[in-house]
Every structure is written in structure tokens, then in C-alpha cells.
Design a protein around this ligand. Sequence first.
Ligand code: F3S
Length: 657
Amino acid sequence: MTELITAETAGFCFGVTRAIETAEKTAKRLGRVYTLGQLIHNNDVIENLRERGIIPVDSPEEAEGCIIIRSHGVGRAVYDRIAELGLECVDATCPYVARIHKIVDENSRDGSDVLVAGDGSHPEVIGIMGFANGKVRAVSSDIELEELVKSDKNFGAKSLICVAQTTFDVCKWTDLQKKIKKHYTKAKFFDTICRATTDRQAEAARLSKQCDAAVVIGGAHSSNSRKLADICAENCTVFFTENAQQLIREHGEALIRFLSSYKDVKIGITAGASTPAYIIKEVHTIMSEIIKDEAVDAEFAAAIDQMPRVRAYAGNRVKATVVAVNKTEAVVDIGIKQSGYIPAEELSANPNLSPEEIVKVGDVIDCIVTKVNDADGVVYLSKKQVDAQAGMEKIVKAKEENATVNGTVTAVVKGGVIVTSEDGARVFVPASQSGVPRNGKLEDILKKEVGFKVIEVNEGRGRVVGSIKAAEREASDEVKAKFWSELEVGKKFVGEVKSMESYGVFVDLGGVDGMVHLTELTWNRVKHPKEVVSVGDKLEVTVKSFDPEKKRVSLTAKKPEDNPWTKFTNEFAVDDVVKVQVVSITPFGAFAQIIPGVDGLIHISQISRERVNDVSKVLSVGQVVEAKITEIDEEKSRVSLSIKALLDDEPDEDDAE
Ligand code: F3S
């Protein structure tokens, strides 16, 4: 019976796991980060990280904002360059590598030369060499050592310290040390090979001895994976692959031939430090299938090759097609046989929306895998987390640009409200910044759409503080600026009477108040504005004058077509006799209303044929009398009346006789 044995040490080591976690945390904080070189030698993982904003670059000059030093580490000069460029440096150098940097730095300060056992072109070795204070060389074999000895007689003459690349072959290092000692008697050695590497290599050696073939999984550029392959190759047939697809594509036929040539074979599976667990699992699954049916045909190979590239593991970002929506969840297809579910609360940060309001069947959406339940064949996902990530990026940008963000008030909490931005970010707005008056109720703005300014962002804690009030203030400033730039005499408005004083009323013209003086409220004579308007009334007004500096607008509510003077001059002329009502008494005469809005003056000398000393003795307010229009002053809109003129017109009783 053919048997598969997977090495316990296969897969991500501590340093790689730590580097990936560091990068993910930083990307979550900043939205986008750059890694100096690929974080690990695995294309699948690199592409997945890229989708999450973790971008590999070849030099610090290509990065912006923040750069991550991967687990391989870099030399001192690179740290200096990063500082020169003003970049934030997040150091994910594996602690085992950082220890070698320290050894090399501290022990070469006295002028000792440094020899590194490792691949001189490998980034880790280049980084280690970058900490030497004097001469430094790298050799990876006896031959290279001999060449060094021949070519540089002075090297190591005074003293030499020797370290090894963390992933250097343990046996080779032991042999090399013996050779180095022969040439450099004062050489001092440090044990720097990583335990994860020694354990992995030792297990690979054991496994390959007990197996007929070994599948070694690792990236083409992963030196530790290639070393595993070399170790295994000393004991058995090796199939080196980056993933399951490549295994079938490049080694499928050879594997089948191998399996059909032997009976009851044992096949070992091991993987380098940069191989994620899901790839190991995929290779194991494929190998199990092949073992079950050794006559793997072309159709099967093609099907394997078509295997979806989607990885169902927590934290992975995938594209999902909505296949059903109900009140509690959306069912999605993410290209694998397991069913995908997005619970209602993971669809949107806005709890006021139902799943049907957020997605519809056929929508293709970005999601993050939150949980994989292999036993039930179910994958749980979250759209909300992707939205929140994008939302946070926009929030940070909005803060930088002082832009207004739109959102909906989704909850009233202690001390304020929560506004969910259109992109799903949750923002706390303190009560004092909510725009709700001190004695008002925060509940009044619940479920309302609002604009807000971002006043604080703490990406680490995922906390954003906003101000609706600041957005309202800015909107009001903009409205005001537009108002003043477009204002002109004669412009008409319909505004609400905001307040009333004895001398007039203030009318809201849309963010700016204008004043209608008492005399401009109506053509009629009134003593108080309340005689014609109330607070809250809509009033049609026209701009009479304005002063942008003093922010004053004078308005009139009088309409030219209602001008009683025009009516009067159209209907009356000098010498017309009119019935008028006395409206006020003055020492020099009495004012009498001819028509509403037009009063005439009956001068004291025009009241009677007799001399009148006190007008009030002859006329009283409200009294209706007949009078003759004796003068119309168009310019001053004044009318003179005379009762006496009528008396003069009357024939004397004597004349009648
Ligand atoms: Fe560090 Fe060893 Fe991995 S040196 S990066 S834990 S292989």
C-alpha cells in the first residue's frame, strides 16, 4: 500500500510567520505598505499579500510612507538610506538573523575580518555582510574557500570571525569549519544556523531515508527549500514543486510512472520555511488522489490544473458571487466546493440595512474569509471587513484633504453617536460635535444622512472621531460665500421670518439673515411688525441695499405694484373732493387717510374759515371729513388737503339771497 508521510516541520517558520503578521498589521494600520524585496519566496502568498496592500519593491526609493524589512534582514547602509528618505521603517528581521548582525558588528569592531558561510548573493547574507566593520567575504563551499585563501593572503591574517547563513546546511557547515580552521588558526566560530532550519533539515534527512520519494514544496528562489530538496535527493527520488498545480503540470507523468513502477511505496512531503500550510494541504490532497488512482489520465491532470486559485483560509481576501440572499445572510460562491456564507451582520457596518438592500444575486463582491469549517464544508466570510478597510483608507485621505465624508447616523452611544460612512467605516461623533443643540436629543439624528469631517484617526485601534458640526460650519461658510458673491440689489427671496424686533423683522435668506425695517414691511402705516407678520411666516422680499463687509442686507417686503401712491395718482387729481379719515393730529394740522397708504395733510390754516389755534378742538382721530385736494407733490409723495377750500367754494348765504 502506498503511504504518504508529511514532515512535522514542513511550512512557515517562526520568522516568516512573524514577518507576515507584522506586514498584515502594518497594512491594516496604513492601508498600503512596501516590503523591501518579497516578504517570502512564494508567489501565491506574495500575490495574496499584494491584494491586501503589501507591495514588494526592490529599493527604498520605490517606497512611499512606510517600508518593511523582511525576515532576511538588511545591512546597516540600507537602514541609513531609509532614514535619509524619511520613510517609516518597520523591522521584521527574524530575531535569529538580527542576532548574527549583532555578532558581526560587535566582533569586527576590533578590526577582525568576517567570513560568512552562505550564498553571497542571498539577501540574508548580503544583509549580514552589511554589518561588518572591516573586510568581509562569503563562501558556500570548500572550493570557494580555497579560492579566497589563494586570492587574498591578508584576509583573516589578524583575526577572523565566522558565522553561517541561518539556513546553511548543517553538515556542510561542520565540514567547512574544519577547512576554515586549517587556513585560519585564529578563526572564531559562532553557531548561527537557525534551529528551525536544523530541525527541518534533520527531519528531511530522516524522512527521505525511510521514503522512496519525497515531494519538496517551496518557491524556486527559496534557498532553504532547495536545500531540503538536496538533502532528500541524497536518499530518494525528489519532486520539487511550488504548489499542487505545478506538481501535476511538471511532474504529473513522472509521478505516475514512478508509482506504477513500484509497489507499496512511501512518499514523504516536506516544505520550506516560506510555504503556507494551505499549499502543503493541497499537495497532500492531490497526492492522495493520485495514489488512489494511479492511472491518472490527462483529463484529471487538466482538472487539477484548473483548480481554483482561491484559498479558503481565514484572513484571505476573495471574490465572491452572490447566489442567494435572504433576511439573515447572503450565500456566495467563491470558486471552491465549500459553500460560502456572509451573515447579515458581516455584510455591512450599517445595522439599519437588510441583506437584500446590500447585495443582490449575481453581484460579485470582495470578501475576507473569517472562518473555515472543514467538518461542515462551510466557509464564512465578511464583506464588512473589506468595506471597512477601504473605508479606513478613504477616511485617512479625507482627513489629509479635510474633505467632508458622507454617512448615516447608525447608533446613539455613550457620549455621542456612531456614523457609518458610505464606505463602511464606523466613526464616533461626540455629542458636542453632533450639531444637535445642547438641550436637543441625539436620537433626533438617528438614521439621518449626514456629512462629517474627520478630526482624529487612530488606525492601530481602528478609532475614528468625526465632527458633523465642522462639516455643517464649512457648508454654511460655503453657502454664505456664494450668497454674497451672487447678491445684488433687486434680487428677490422668499425667506422665513426668524425673529422680530419693534423696528423690523429678520428674514433667513438661506444661511444669511436680512432685515426688513418696519417701514418696509407694508405700504400701510403700522406701529409694530406683529401687525403684519409673525415669526415663522414666509415672506417675499427684495434686496434694497447690502454691505458685504458688515454682512448686512436691507430688504423690503413692499411690492411696487401695490404702491398706493401709484394707485392714488391714477385715480385722483388736484381739486378732487375726497372723503378722508383723520388718522393723526399734530400742532400744525391733521393727517387724513385718502386711500390706505396715502395720507394727506390738512394744514391748520385749511381747517376752517375761522382761525384755529388748537387742531384737536376742531378735529379728532377717526373723524371722517370732506376735503379738497389742493396740491399733489409727486416728488415727495405728499398730498395737501383743505376743508376750508370747500367752505370757500360754498356760496355765501347773502349771495344766495
Ligand atoms: Fe528566522 Fe529561522 Fe525562519 S532564521 S526566518 S526562524 S528559518
